[in-house]
Design a protein around this ligand. Structure first.
Ligand code: FE2
Ligand code: FE2
Length: 475
């Protein structure tokens, strides 16, 4: 491995060749990464040539170079957005100071924790998705799955770069540990629960990339505001890639809905049982999957009141979504925010100090963004002349973190008894039969341009290629 020219092998804009210590650290880590990719990356895909987008720099032309590549040979690069001249810390107690180019000693432990937590989600999603290639609905979709997988790999590189470059020995140990935890593992699970859930089928994959990659977007946006400038610049570049992941989710669900509506119209039926006979995914199943992924994902924002969130903000480490576009003092000391709480059998609003409620602030911004896309899905149903509408469940529904944990709340936001929950939960969350039915549709379709019966073709191909382009060559 030592013969590899890493400056060649790892495209980067961080002057890797001039930093011997960093180069050595990455030389040590890279074979372990590749071994992880072989063992935990996309199942059975090592020899495929995949039409992938590779970033070779951060310019509009350079960040999206397309060509067929074997995934183990993908050039996972390290890119930071260009520095902003005279950038400042834009919020918290250090507001107005020059942005930090090195880790401030007193914030080191918190920063490391933030970076490790973000970094841990990246390989986790690759692990969660590793068997999906075996049941892809089309070559186009298979390619999109692999694109997301290699980019999540690159996001891991992005976080590992920060750990190696700025956190010395602790950072190197954390970088190793990122490869040893595994999604769903009993002994050594991933840090956040949503990243230990399975992504068993393609509907789950689209919901995951719509909802959970969008959590990624909001976390990255909050970290892009960080006073620690290398973290900010790293996250800004990651966000350019994240957009495609959410696109795959949104368009995947949209195409599924479109196909279902076509069959509903064509046969003039709405009954889920009859639709299942025709091999499409009925809208109530889509709603139950949506409820599951929405509720599991909003848990990722953490407890509604959190002293850690307050500390991360006050110390300038993690801002709010679009921090610098907001019109306030960016200190938030005397400010308040309304959170929901249970009182008896009612959810009531309560004002709490804004600094403690920053997880909730980010969660609420996320919810607004998520709901916009659900509206676009409903347009597809509306266009077909059908009355069904998908809805985001209430934010207290099916929660496991924060003040709603353990509470039974309906998707409409009524606090209910355990008995009522048990009576209705089969209408609200995917049942075993739903999962089995969706799994039964997941045959592998790889003939160029062909789609599985349950999903409509995309309106356009990748990088203006036709839909029947050979996105994956199986060799
Ligand atoms: Fe990512
Ligand atoms: Fe992503």
């Amino acid at each position: 491995m030592s013969a590899i020219d890493y400056n060649e092998k790892i495209p980067n804009n961080v002057n890797l060749s001039e930093d011997r210590a960093l180069q050595r650290a990455l030389e040590h880590w890279q074979p372990n990464y590749l071994q992880w990719w072989q063992e935990m990356g996309p199942d059975g895909s090592q020899n495929f040539d995949v039409y992938l987008r590779t970033a070779i720099n951060t310019t509009p032309e350079g960040w999206a170079q397309f060509g067929h590549v074997k995934m183990p040979d993908y050039r996972w690069g390290i890119f930071l957005n260009a520095p902003e001249a005279d950038r400042r810390v834009n919020f918290g107690e250090h507001k107005g100071e020059a942005a930090w180019q090195e880790v401030p000693g007193e914030h080191r432990a918190n920063l490391r924790r933030i970076i490790v937590t973000q970094g841990d989600t990246e390989p986790a999603s690759v692990e969660q998705q590793r068997h999906l290639g075996l049941t892809c609905p089309s070559q186009y979709d298979l390619r999109n799955l692999f694109q997301i997988n290699v980019e999540e790999g690159r996001h891991l590189w992005a976080m590992v770069y920060l750990l190696h470059k700025y956190f010395g020995r602790d950072g190197r140990e954390e970088a190793e540990a990122l490869l040893y935890r595994n999604s769903g593992s009993q002994d050594n699970p991933r840090i956040l629960q949503a990243f230990n859930e399975e992504t068993p089928d393609w509907l789950a994959f689209y919901m995951f990339t719509y909802f959970t990659d969008r959590d990624g977007k909001f976390q990255l946006c909050a970290l892009a505001e960080s006073g620690f400038d290398p973290l900010s610049r790293t996250c800004r570049f990651m966000l350019t890639e994240e957009a495609h992941h959410m696109f795959v989710g949104e368009s995947g669900v949209s195409r599924t809905i479109q196909r279902t509506c076509e069959v509903m119209k064509q046969h003039n039926i709405e009954d889920p049982e009859q639709l299942r006979q025709l091999g499409v995914i009925d809208l109530p199943i889509l709603q139950r999957y949506l409820n599951f992924h929405f509720s599991v994902t909003i848990d990722l924002f953490g407890a509604d009141q959190s002293s850690n969130a307050a500390t991360f903000y006050a110390t300038g480490l993690k801002g709010r979504f679009e921090e610098t576009k907001r019109d306030d003092d960016h200190q938030l000391k005397g400010d308040h925010y309304k959170i929901l709480e249970v009182q008896g059998d009612k959810l009531v609003e309560r004002e709490v100090p804004m600094l403690n409620a920053l997880n909730e602030v980010l969660r609420d911004d996320y919810i607004k963004d998520s709901i916009a896309g659900i509206g676009r899905w409903n347009k597809v149903i509306e266009k077909a002349g059908l009355s069904f509408r998908l809805q985001a469940p209430h934010k207290a529904f099916n929660r496991h973190i924060g003040s709603f944990a353990g509470l039974r709340v309906s998707p409409q936001g009524q606090v209910i008894s355990e008995a009522e929950w048990q009576t209705n939960v089969r209408q609200w969350l995917p049942t075993e039969e739903d999962r089995v039915y969706v799994a039964s549709l997941m045959g592998r379709v790889v003939e160029p341009g062909k789609m599985a019966n349950w999903i409509a073709p995309p309106p356009i191909g990748i990088n203006r290629q036709p839909i029947n382009f050979d996105y994956v060559r199986f060799n």
